[in-house]
Design a protein around this ligand. Structure first.
Ligand code: CA
Length: 620
C-alpha cells in the first residue's frame, strides 16, 4: 500500500482529532467537497472549518498553495490550491503546531466527465416545466420529515412542508416527457432549515447538501441521469443573493462583512430602477443592492472576494457533480451588480455553451434588456452582466391584462403583445429570453382566466413566439390559485402526487373531462413544438392587430407558421391579401392542433371568437 492510499483510507472525508495542550482540533467542514482536473477555474479556494483551526500551521501536500486567507474568526482557513496539470487523487492537508500534526483533512481532485465543458444547456428548442418539489409529488414517505431538519411535514398547513420530493419527480418523468416538456426547472433543492415556511427552499442553510426531505444526493443524481436518458434537461435554481438565516456559516460568520450589515438586518427597497437611474441617491441604490430580501434571508456581500469565490465554486461544483444542464438565478438584479457579472462570467468561461437565465423582474423592456449579456442598453452605462438569458416579465404583464380586453384600444387587447415584441430591438438576443404567463411567484393564469379558450390563446402565443417557453406545473390540467390568498394558493399540491389523493391527474383515467381538455391541448402543442424548427430558429414577422385579432408568422427557409389569435368576443373576418408578403408562395395551410385545412385561395377566413390557430404553411 503506497503512502497516498493510506492517506485516502485514513482521511478521505476528513477528521483526525487530536488533543494537545488541552485543545481539541477537529475539522468539521471542507468546501468545496472536492474539485476536478482540467478546470479553467483551476485555483480552487478551499474553505476549512474547525474550532480555532487558524491557530495552526497548515501544509498541503501535492497541490501548490497559491494563497492563504485567515479572517477575524479563527474557525476558518481559506486556502487556495492550484490543481492545474495535477493528476486526479486525494491530497492531504495537515495542520500542526511545532511540527506536531494536530488535525488533518484531505482534498480530492476527481477525473472530469468527458465533454463536461461543452454542455449545451436549454434553448429555444425546449419547453421548460417549472415545478416546486415539495408540491409536485411525494414519492418517498419516509423522508417527509427528517431528524436533521427542524420543520416536519404537515400537509394541513398551506405554508408547511407537504412531503413532495425528488423520487416523486423521478416517478413522473414519463408523464412530463409525454406532455412534451423537455426541461425541468425545479425551485431550489438544497437544505433550507428554517423552522417554518421552508418548503420554497429559497432560504438555504447548507449549499452542499440536498435537503433530506427531498431525498439524497444519490436521488438527485438519479433524477438527472434519468432525465438525460429521456433527452430532458435539468435547470438548477441557484440563489447567490442570499442565504437563509439558519445557514450554518451565518451562525459563525467567517468575517463580519460576509453579509451586508446595517448592522444586522436592513431591508431592501426592491426598487431595481435605482441600479440604472442616472439621478439615484446613493442611499437608495445601496439599499436596493445590499438590503436583505426579507428578514430571514441575510444578503450576501459578493464584494468580499471570499464570498464571491465561494459562490462561483459552489455552482460549478453542482454542475460537475450532478451533471446540471443549465441555471436559473434567483433575484439576479439584487446582487452586487459588478460582482454578479463576475460570477456569471466565471461560469460562462467554464461552460461557454451553457445557458443561464436570471430572474430580472422589471416592467419595461429597456430595464429587462439591461441585464442581458452584451445588451445595447447596458452598454449605455458600460455594463455587461454576461447573463445570456433574462425573463420576459413584460410579456407576463401583457398576459395578465390583454386577454380580458375584448375590445382592442390603441394600447389595449392584442396590441399589448404586438408592442411587447416591437420593443425587441432593445435586446441583444431576443431569442434567448424565457417567456411565461405565470410562475411560482405570480397569480396563476387559470385564476385570471378560468376558461379553456383563454388558456389555448395563451399557450398558442407562448409556444410560438420567440424565446424559450416556460410552463408552470398544474396549469396543464387547469389548476388555478389566487396569490391574494397567499403564495400557498398558487403552489398547491398536484392532484395525484400523494397516496390517498381523491384523484390522480397524472393519468388520463384520473383526470376530469375539463382537466383532460387542458392536458390534451397542452400535450399536442408541446409535442408538435419539439420538432418545429421554424419555431426554434425562424424569424418573426408580425402584423398590427386589427379588431383584436393578432397575426404573426415564423419563417425559416421555405417553411412558415402562421399564428392567428382572435381575442375579440366576435367572429372576425380575416382578409388574407394583407399577409401576401409572407403567404404568397404557399398553397396550403393546416391547423396543427385540429388538423383542419384552411384555403389560402380564399379572400378571407372567418375566425371564431376567442380562438387560436397555428397553421403550418406548405407548398403542395
Ligand atoms: Ca417525501
Amino acid at each position: 500500500m503506497n503512502r497516498m492510499s493510506k492517506w485516502k483510507l485514513s482521511f478521505l472525508f476528513v477528521v483526525l482529532s487530536t488533543v494537545a495542550w488541552g485543545q481539541t482540533y477537529k475539522i468539521e467542514r471542507v468546501e468545496p467537497r472536492n474539485w476536478w482536473v482540467d478546470m479553467k477555474h483551476s485555483a480552487v479556494q478551499v474553505m476549512i472549518y474547525g474550532k480555532n483551526i487558524a491557530d495552526l500551521d497548515m501544509v498541503a501536500e501535492g497541490l501548490p498553495v497559491v494563497g492563504v486567507t485567515k479572517t477575524e474568526n479563527k474557525n476558518y482557513v481559506f486556502v487556495t490550491l492550484e490543481t492545474k496539470n495535477k493528476p486526479a487523487g486525494v491530497y492531504p492537508i495537515r495542520f500542526s503546531r511545532k511540527g506536531k500534526v494536530l488535525a488533518s483533512c484531505s482534498f480530492e481532485v476527481k477525473q472530469r466527465q468527458p465533454n463536461s465543458a461543452d454542455r449545451e444547456g436549454f434553448s429555444t428548442k425546449d419547453v421548460v416545466y417549472l415545478l416546486m418539489p415539495d408540491r409536485f409529488a411525494n414519492g418517498e414517505l419516509t423522508n417527509d420529515s427528517h431528524a436533521s431538519t427542524t420543520e416536519k411535514a404537515n400537509r394541513q398547513l398551506p405554508g408547511g412542508r407537504h412531503g413532495g420530493d425528488i423520487r416523486g419527480i423521478i416517478n413522473q418523468l414519463d408523464y412530463l416527457s409525454d406532455l412534451g416538456a423537455t426541461a425541468i426547472w425545479s425551485t431550489p433543492l438544497f437544505e433550507d432549515n428554517d423552522s417554518t415556511y421552508s418548503y420554497h427552499t429559497y432560504g438555504q442553510s447548507d449549499l452542499y447538501r440536498v435537503d433530506p426531505r427531498y431525498g439524497t444526493e444519490a436521488d438527485f443524481n438519479e433524477l438527472i441521469a434519468k432525465m438525460h436518458e429521456r433527452g430532458m434537461k435539468f435547470i438548477l435554481d441557484v440563489v447567490p443573493n442570499h442565504w437563509g438565516s439558519n445557514h450554518w456559516m451565518l451562525k459563525d460568520l467567517p468575517t463580519y462583512n460576509w453579509v451586508h450589515q446595517f448592522p444586522g438586518y436592513g431591508q431592501t427597497n426592491y426598487r431595481m430602477s435605482t441600479q440604472t437611474d442616472p439621478y439615484t441617491s446613493q442611499l437608495d441604490k445601496e439599499l436596493c443592492e445590499d438590503g436583505w430580501f426579507v428578514r430571514s434571508m441575510p444578503d450576501l456581500n459578493q464584494r468580499n472576494p471570499l464570498v464571491l469565490t465561494y459562490l462561483i465554486q459552489n455552482t460549478i461544483w453542482w454542475i460537475e457533480n450532478a451533471n446540471i444542464d443549465g441555471l436559473r438565478v434567483d433575484t439576479y438584479s439584487y446582487n452586487s451588480k459588478e460582482e454578479i457579472a463576475d460570477w456569471t462570467k466565471a461560469l460562462r468561461t467554464e461552460y461557454p455553451n451553457m445557458n443561464i437565465v436570471g430572474e430580472v423582474w422589471m416592467h419595461d423592456q429597456a430595464l429587462q434588456s439591461y441585464w442581458q449579456e452584451n445588451s445595447p442598453v447596458g452598454a449605455i452605462q458600460s455594463y455587461n452582466s454576461h447573463l445570456p438569458s433574462v425573463m420576459d416579465f413584460t410579456l407576463h404583464d401583457a398576459f395578465g391584462l390583454a386577454l380580458s380586453e375584448n375590445e382592442q384600444g390603441w394600447d389595449k387587447g392584442m396590441i399589448r403583445f404586438y408592442e411587447n415584441f416591437a420593443n425587441d430591438f432593445l435586446y441583444a438576443n431576443p431569442n434567448n429570453i424565457l417567456v411565461f404567463s405565470e410562475n411560482h411567484d405570480t397569480q396563476r393564469f387559470n385564476q385570471i382566466y378560468p376558461d379553456l379558450s383563454s388558456y389555448k390563446m395563451m399557450l398558442t402565443l407562448l409556444t410560438t413566439c420567440r424565446g424559450i417557453p416556460q410552463v408552470y406545473y398544474g396549469s396543464e390540467i387547469g389548476m388555478a390559485g389566487d396569490k391574494s390568498k397567499g403564495d400557498a394558493d398558487i403552489r398547491k399540491d398536484f392532484p395525484g402526487g400523494w397516496q390517498g389523493d381523491a384523484q390522480n391527474a397524472f393519468t388520463k383515467q384520473g383526470r376530469t373531462g375539463e382537466q383532460e381538455a387542458y392536458h390534451a391541448f397542452t400535450k399536442k402543442l408541446l409535442n408538435w413544438r419539439k420538432s418545429a424548427e421554424v419555431i426554434h430558429h425562424g424569424k418573426t414577422i408580425q402584423f398590427i392587430p386589427e379588431k383584436n385579432v393578432y397575426v404573426y408568422f415564423r419563417v425559416l427557409d421555405k417553411k412558415a407558421v402562421m399564428v392567428i389569435i382572435n381575442n375579440s368576443s366576435n367572429q372576425e373576418e380575416l382578409k388574407l391579401a394583407r399577409f401576401n408578403e409572407v403567404i404568397q408562395p404557399f398553397t396550403s395551410a393546416k391547423d396543427i392542433t385540429t388538423d383542419r385545412s384552411f384555403d389560402l385561395k380564399k379572400d378571407s377566413w372567418s375566425i371564431a371568437p376567442k380562438s387560436a390557430h397555428i397553421l403550418e404553411l406548405n407548398v403542395n
